[in-house]
Write a protein that binds this ligand. Structure first.
Ligand code: ADP
Length: 445
């Protein structure tokens, strides 16, 4: 199967002038990252902890059993395939579940288990004998709220008595009615409308408040103010949980407004490296030879999963169209797709329905695709001045973690300029990029 792509005339692909049109918002980036992720990011770093009272005890757990969860909830956690808490969960969970409740600010890169941690805390704090919202979780967008809700639904599948309501666009409630669900997951605007304007639920009865993706939240116009307005209507005793993938002054200033006397936990980002990556380049005369090179190595690259990066979306759609016509199942991710289409493309790729994903830099930033074994640079990354963009190269190719999975990178070179970029990148990282004869793809180890 393949998805249809707009047809572009052969040769159009050579133009380089359509790079700037691909923009991706922080919210979308975060969403795509969640979709493509299959499991936890491997971490070698230690947790950093800050707290106001250094004498207060700090707990950490190595098993989910040690958390003394309700059996049905524990069953839900194991049913998700979680064997042991992630690095951030080891410390976050005992704090989030502690009595009396403790406030927390947690920062770690995407994929380290933050969502699973606060969803578990949200579910375990629910008192099902009370038929009103007690837990409120704010997400920056509709899609991110749904992602969180889906995790909550899965984790609580053996606790059917826990009810969850989305407060997002498209959800409507008739005037005068009251929400009876225990948990509300929504976007700030809708939550303000429902809680403050229409009084569908009582914000002063919320006992757990989660602010997820705080860094994305502040990047969205108006969201921060709405969050603060919601926060003002919560009771003083409400437990505050604040999550962010990044740690900038603006995020921490925001956190200080929302969370008093918190335990702050941080997990430093894992660095990427090229250590376990075999890098190659293939000489081509022109873009058509690049295409031939791709078809020559197709058998090898589809042993695993591959991503092909193009400089422009024109090239990407041209390549996808040509490969599709030649009977290859490829997926294309470009700025032209709607959010829903991007989700569906990444979902299918993650599930392995397509072995090759063609894209531009939309994906290169921030999205780690650890299960991809082969990266092909149809075009080498360069900046606006046509200089080698080593950072983007590392991000496309590099892997994290001590046990970093091995991978293969293949760079297609069709001009002296491209060769220069390749040499610059090779020098920059001090890692050899080997010559590969495209006719002889078996050379690839
Ligand atoms: P974050 O919110 O930091 O991006 P998530 O909670 O979404 O991280 O977790 C990232 C991925 O790892 C998800 O696919 C999730 O199902 C999985 N995951 C989370 N916690 C665990 C765990 N303890 N064991 C195994 N997988 C986990």
């Amino acid at each position: 199967t393949s998805i249809s792509v707009p047809t572009v005339k052969d040769g159009d692909s050579k133009s380089d002038d359509d790079t700037s049109e691909e923009q991706i918002s922080p919210a979308e980036k975060s969403l795509l990252q969640k979709i493509i992720r299959k499991g936890l990011v491997e971490t070698t770093k230690d947790i950093e902890i800050q707290r106001q009272d250094p004498n207060s005890p700090l707990y950490s757990v190595k098993t989910f059993d040690a958390l003394h969860l309700k059996p049905a909830l524990l069953k839900g956690v194991y049913a998700l395939g979680f064997n042991a808490p992630s690095r951030i969960q080891e410390t976050a969970l005992p704090t989030l579940l502690a009595d009396p409740p403790q406030n927390m600010i947690a920062q770690s890169q995407s994929g380290t288990g933050k969502t699973a941690a606060f969803v578990l805390a949200m579910l375990s704090r629910v008192d099902v004998t009370k038929e009103y919202p007690q837990v409120l979780c704010l997400s920056p967008t509709y899609e991110l709220a749904i992602q969180t809700g889906e995790v909550a639904a899965k984790m609580s599948r053996f606790c059917p008595e826990i009810k969850i309501k989305y407060a997002v666009r498209g959800e409507e409630i008739s005037r005068g009615s009251k929400i009876s669900e225990h948990i509300i997951i929504g976007t700030p605007g809708k939550v303000l409308d429902w809680g403050q304007k229409f009084k569908f639920f009582d914000l002063s009865k919320i006992s757990v408040f989660v602010l997820d993706e705080a860094d994305v939240m502040i990047a969205t116009q108006g969201h921060q103010d709405q969050c603060i307005r919601i926060h003002k209507l919560l009771p003083r005793t409400c437990q505050m949980m604040f999550f962010s993938a990044t740690y900038e002054p603006e995020v921490m200033n925001f956190a200080e407004i929302i969370v008093s006397n918190p335990l702050i936990i941080r997990l430093l980002r894992e660095e990427e490296s090229l250590d376990n990556i075999k890098q190659y380049y293939i000489r081509c005369k022109n873009v058509d030879e690049k295409y031939t090179a791709i078809t020559n190595i197709y058998g090898v690259i589809t042993i695993g999963q591959a991503i092909i990066f193009c400089h422009t979306k024109k090239t990407a759609s041209w390549l996808a169209g040509k490969m599709t016509k030649d009977g290859h199942a490829v997926a294309i991710l470009s700025g032209d797709l709607t959010v829903e289409q991007r989700i569906s493309v990444l979902d299918r790729f993650r599930a392995g329905l397509e072995k090759v994903l063609i894209t531009t830099n939309v994906l290169a930033r921030g999205i780690d695709v650890e299960q991809v074994t082969i990266v092909v640079n149809f075009d080498l990354p360069m900046d606006q001045n046509r200089q080698a963009d080593c950072e983007t190269y590392l991000h496309r190719i590099g892997r994290t973690g001590r046990f970093g999975k091995s991978g293969i990178a293949i760079n297609l070179i069709d001009s002296d300029h491209a060769m220069e970029l390749c040499r610059t990148i090779e020098k920059h990282f001090g890692k050899k990029i080997h010559y590969l004869d495209a006719e002889d793809a078996d050379e690839i180890e």
